[in-house]
Write a new protein. Structure first.
Length: 308
């Protein structure tokens, strides 16, 4: 499931490639993906609209359009927003089985579009919506498990959607200072720290991977009761989340299962993970054995020796 760094990676790529572009055609292949209105109304609502900016709150992507409406996209478990420079047929493989018809073509494209030319153009059975822009470029929404959705709301009512999704303050929202972070966490003194970090209604964006990594970096046992954490420990936890998630954005997020960015590429942060997926392996700090247990129904890896 994408977490803040993955969704932010996608947001930045959409912001870079879609702003100023006008939607020409919308094809909905899976009508249930559209919430709150009929497919026909959705297609009409999107037609001729220019993209103003792309925002994010927690794991929600907010594509703001001219005319003060916002296309809200929730990727849920397996949703993917994929950019393509133009609609092409399936790339043909050459005789060496590598590269494609578009390799040569991509060299002639401006640098900013080259990565787009390398994406897989094929629309497949998980493709739910295809937006074609007036310049021929495409944004496709694929969702293998079909849990994601999109809906159109007045931009002034984005907050209502956020509220309905029960999303708290985004971890990278400027108002979430270390003081505010500690205040929010301490208000739930009876909770265990790691499940609390996953609670999107308190702080939005931190998911299972980065919560584990942050607890390890801050040397905090994931089962610690919040009321037992002192000021220094909470400061360390806040710093750890900041450091890890900022670095993860630089690396385009983590592909642990099927996450792909808007260019169809895997995130490259997985090699920097210290505990996630490393159960049974030596702790990188103390060489003790990392263990995995289920905490709040989610697999959690930690070092019982140096996370107290
Ligand atoms: Zn250790």
């Amino acid at each position: 499931m994408p977490e803040l760094p993955e969704v932010e990676t996608i947001r930045r790529q959409l912001q870079k490639n879609m702003v100023g572009k006008t939607i020409k055609v919308v094809e909905v292949q899976y009508p249930k993906v559209v919430h709150g209105m009929s497919t026909a109304d959705f297609v009409r609502a999107m037609h001729g609209r220019k993209v103003r900016e792309v925002g994010r709150q927690g794991k929600l992507i907010l594509i703001r359009l001219e005319g003060n409406e916002t296309l809200v996209v929730h990727l849920k478990m397996t949703g993917r927003l994929l950019l393509q420079s133009a609609r092409h047929p399936e790339p043909r493989r050459d005789s060496r089985g590598e590269g494609s018809l578009y390799h040569g073509m991509s060299k002639r494209l401006p640098r900013s579009l080259r990565s787009l030319a390398m994406t897989d153009y094929s629309v497949n059975k998980s493709t739910e919506v295809i937006f074609t822009f007036t310049n021929g470029s495409i944004l496709r929404y694929d969702d293998l498990r079909r849990f994601g959705y999109m809906k159109v709301v007045p931009t002034s009512e984005e907050a209502k959607v956020v509220q309905k999704e029960q999303l708290g303050i985004d971890f990278f929202d400027r108002v979430l200072t270390v003081q505010k972070f500690k205040e929010l966490i301490r208000a739930r003194g009876g909770s265990q720290i790691k499940p609390l970090l996953l609670d999107q209604s308190l702080i939005a964006g931190v998911g299972n991977i980065y919560a584990q990594e942050a607890c390890f970096m801050a040397k905090i046992h994931p089962l610690r009761k919040v009321s037992s954490l002192n000021d220094a420990e909470l400061n360390a936890l806040y710093r750890a989340l900041q450091t890890i998630m900022k670095k993860a954005i630089v690396y385009g997020g983590t592909t642990a299962d099927d996450y792909r960015d808007a260019y169809g590429k895997e995130g490259k942060f997985a090699v920097h993970l210290k505990v996630y997926g490393r159960q049974g392996k030596p702790c990188l700090r103390c060489k003790g054995k990392l263990i995995k247990s289920s905490i709040g129904g989610r697999g959690t890896v930690f070092c019982p020796k140096c996370q107290k």
